[in-house]
Design a protein around this ligand. Structure first.
Ligand SMILES: N[C@@H](CCC(=O)N[C@@H](CS)C(=O)NCC(=O)O)C(=O)O
Length: 207
């Protein structure tokens, strides 16, 4: 019998988007449960490992944390490496991509005007140049993608998180300055199954 997949996430894009891309890519049917922080949230949160989303239930067994979820769904798609060092490298890249996303979310949700401006300056002057330059150098050293000459699961994780980053920041961060990162972003979104998924489900799709 086919496995039953149920993905629970907090927002439609965000941390769970790479998992939806890969489930679409794999042609796996899944229940896509997008939750809100309403009155039901405190009770629901008690049922989640560490009280966090996203989680992926596979035949009622629960996996948590977006990076291993991405890796798990990618495993049969030829997007992993047979080289354990390179596979660890994909993990390192993905954790750093997540770290960048967290910094942007921290700025986005900050309500204090002074603190928000300070975070914005730090993102513009320090965080974006440092992270994006280093990611660009890694892609360049590897041969174009984080996976070398081919897209890996960490390229997919990067492209999906960058959708949230660029949406919150409300500006393109890649096209003018980071040609390889832009290529990763564009080529991931041009994978036919991913393109079909975002065209159908992501409002305002324009990648
Ligand atoms: N490192 C985790 C992040 C998990 C996380 O912070 N999730 C947020 C939503 S995107 C959450 O569940 N927040 C609820 C809360 O902390 O109350 C991952 O990559 O999955």
């Amino acid at each position: 019998m086919a496995l039953v997949y149920r993905l629970k996430s907090y927002y439609y894009v965000g941390d769970a988007e790479s998992i939806r891309y890969l489930l679409a890519y794999a042609g796996i049917r899944f229940e896509n449960i997008v939750l809100k922080k309403d009155v039901t949230w405190p009770e629901l949160q008690k049922t989640l490992p560490f009280g966090k989303l996203p989680v992926l239930e596979v035949d009622n067994k629960v996996l948590f944390q977006s990076i291993p979820l991405t890796w798990y769904v990618a495993k049969d798609l030829g997007l992993s490496s047979s080289d354990i060092f390179e596979e660890a490298e994909f993990g390192s890249i993905s954790i750093t991509v997540h770290e960048l996303g967290e910094k942007v979310v921290q700025w986005f949700v900050e309500e204090d005007k002074y603190k928000k401006e300070k975070l914005e300056t730090e993102l513009t002057q320090v965080v974006f140049p440092k992270y994006l330059t280093d990611f660009e150098i890694i892609a360049q050293k590897k041969g174009g993608y984080f996976g070398g000459k081919k897209i890996s699961w960490s390229d997919i994780y990067f492209a999906a998180i960058l959708v949230t980053v660029q949406t919150l920041w409300n500006k393109d961060l890649l096209q003018k300055q980071y040609p390889l990162l832009y290529q990763i972003y564009r080529d991931v979104h041009n994978i036919p199954a991913i393109k079909a998924y975002v065209t159908k489900y992501v409002p305002g799709y324009k990648y």
